[in-house]
Design a protein around this ligand. Structure first.
Ligand code: URP
Ligand code: ZN
Ligand code: ZN
Length: 459
């Protein structure tokens, strides 16, 4: 069926124009003034509203066996929450651990999403060891349309790789033209600092941050960058949290290293005092890299405004309170992760655009377009243009709300951003031309999401 979105202000990177958008067969086919629609077309009046390209979250965890438990979402719950928040595409970290077979893991992750997700999705393939079959397996995975890898420098003996494995992965990625994302914290230092703190009786969630200080993340970031420099591969630092790590990434970039930076919602809005709250309240705010000293937030916002931080993801990783309590006797056992898939767009719009930290252009770029470009989805995703998928977000800038776990759609029992005010909300969200969300409610088709096949684009 045809869809006409009338008279909205269409916002894409480099352009703002008042016009109609006409959609046929899942694709934008016309953009212009006073487009006539056939009688059977669905018409949405966007007068007084902004129309954004569907937002892209480049870093989520939906299915995740991790730290003796499983993240709480399914693709059904996670994708509906994403859509209500304006995210029409997410890229999930496919994370088999070192003891798993990579190809079996890849099939398992795909099977969890297939027919379940209401939004479109893709994967970053984690390389958690490099053994004799790894190259041929990764070649098959890339040929299947998964054109980005993930390395963990942290999580020793589980997801973490050593330097030899990192080198081999990057060297292969360079040959394949595949971008490599990386969690950059020095695993050895984290393990040593954890042991030292526990030996001193420091067991509460407030010790999580001191066990992985800014210098440990900066070392990891610089380390990854040096390996990129010497292999020629293109890298993407995920969830960069602090000024020291940013300096390491930007220093590498200034020497010509092909390195991109993502920061995630919690690090812009929450600081380490949240994790210092006693007991379970602190545990709810444990993630890695940890929430940092507040002074880092202004640095991240400025870097985001300038584009030195390329993208804003969530690192959505939901656990229930009960799961967080696995770490009640020792912070090293608190499942790491904070959810945010439902809140990213609205909180970024509120605290970025409305508070004057980000212009609208950079907002769209950071939350949609740049991730689409880096990860081989553009111009199918990340823009509104003739020929693009009709993933559209009609955005009501007058809406006022408050984040609350009571109204959540994610599958865990708390919201780390509880009580924060929001200014703006998606009033209509479409995925390939079908209305999936209206006024904060999922009204669409479950399981409509497709896996997005991507070509390598970093030669
Ligand atoms: O604390 C986090 N970030 N949990 C999810 C796993 C990861 O490191 O991305
Ligand atoms: Zn990570
Ligand atoms: Zn993550």
């Amino acid at each position: 069926m045809a869809l006409l979105i009338r008279n909205g202000e269409i916002v894409t990177v480099g352009s703002r124009v008042q016009a109609d958008i006409y959609v046929e067969n899942e694709t934008v086919t016309r953009i212009g003034k006073d487009i006539e629609a056939p009688p059977n077309a669905e018409i949405i009046d966007a007068t007084g509203k902004l129309v954004f390209p569907g937002f892209v979250d480049p870093h989520v965890h939906i299915y995740l066996p991790f730290m003796a438990t499983f993240a709480k979402d399914t693709h059904e719950t996670g994708s509906i929450a994403a859509l209500i928040g304006g995210t029409t595409t997410y890229i999930e970290m496919c994370c088999p651990n070192r003891n798993d077979d990579a190809l079996e893991g890849y099939q398992l992750w795909k099977s969890k999403a297939d027919g379940e997700s209401a939004c479109d999705y893709a994967f970053h393939m984690s390389v958690t060891k490099f053994v004799k079959e790894t190259e041929s397996q990764l070649r098959k995975i890339v040929a299947d349309g998964t054109a980005s890898f993930k390395l963990f420098l942290a999580y020793k003996n589980f997801f973490g790789v050593d330097d030899a494995e990192m080198y081999q992965t990057l060297e292969l990625a360079k040959r394949l033209g595949v971008i490599v994302t990386a969690h950059c914290e020095n695993a050895e230092l984290v393990a040593r600092l954890q042991q030292k703190l526990l030996a001193d009786g420091r067991t509460g969630p407030e010790w999580h941050e001191p066990s992985r200080p800014e210098s440990v993340e900066a070392e990891g970031t610089g380390h990854f960058a040096t390996f990129l420099e010497n292999t020629g591969a293109t890298g993407y630092v995920v969830h960069l949290s602090c000024e020291k790590a940013l300096h390491a990434a930007l220093a590498a970039k200034s020497r010509g290293v092909k390195i991109h930076v993502e920061s995630v919602l919690p690090h812009f809005l929450l600081d380490k005092t949240y994790a210092e709250r006693p007991g379970i309240e602190g545990m709810k705010h444990v993630m890695s890299p940890p929430l940092r000293a507040k002074r880092n937030q202004a640095v991240l916002w400025d870097a985001l405004a300038l584009g030195s931080i390329d993208t804003v993801g969530t690192d959505h990783c939901p656990f229930d309170t009960e799961q967080k309590l696995l770490g009640k006797d020792s912070f090293v056992n608190i499942p790491n992760g904070i959810p945010g898939i439902e809140n990213r767009v609205n909180l970024l719009y509120t605290h970025g655009v409305k508070r004057g930290r980000l212009d609208l252009d950079r907002f769209v770029d950071a939350a949609s377009t740049r991730a689409a470009k880096l990860f081989g989805l553009f111009p199918r995703k990340g823009t509104i243009a003739v020929g693009s998928d009709a993933d559209l977000v009609v955005y009501d800038t007058n809406y006022r709300g408050v984040v609350s776990a009571k109204s959540r759609h994610v599958n865990n029992d708390y919201n780390a951003f509880e009580g924060m005010e929001t200014e703006g909300r998606a009033s209509v969200v479409t995925v390939r031309g079908m209305v999936q969300v209206r006024d904060g409610k999922f009204v669409g088709e479950r399981g409509r999401g497709k896996m997005l096949k991507r070509e390598p684009n970093h030669f």
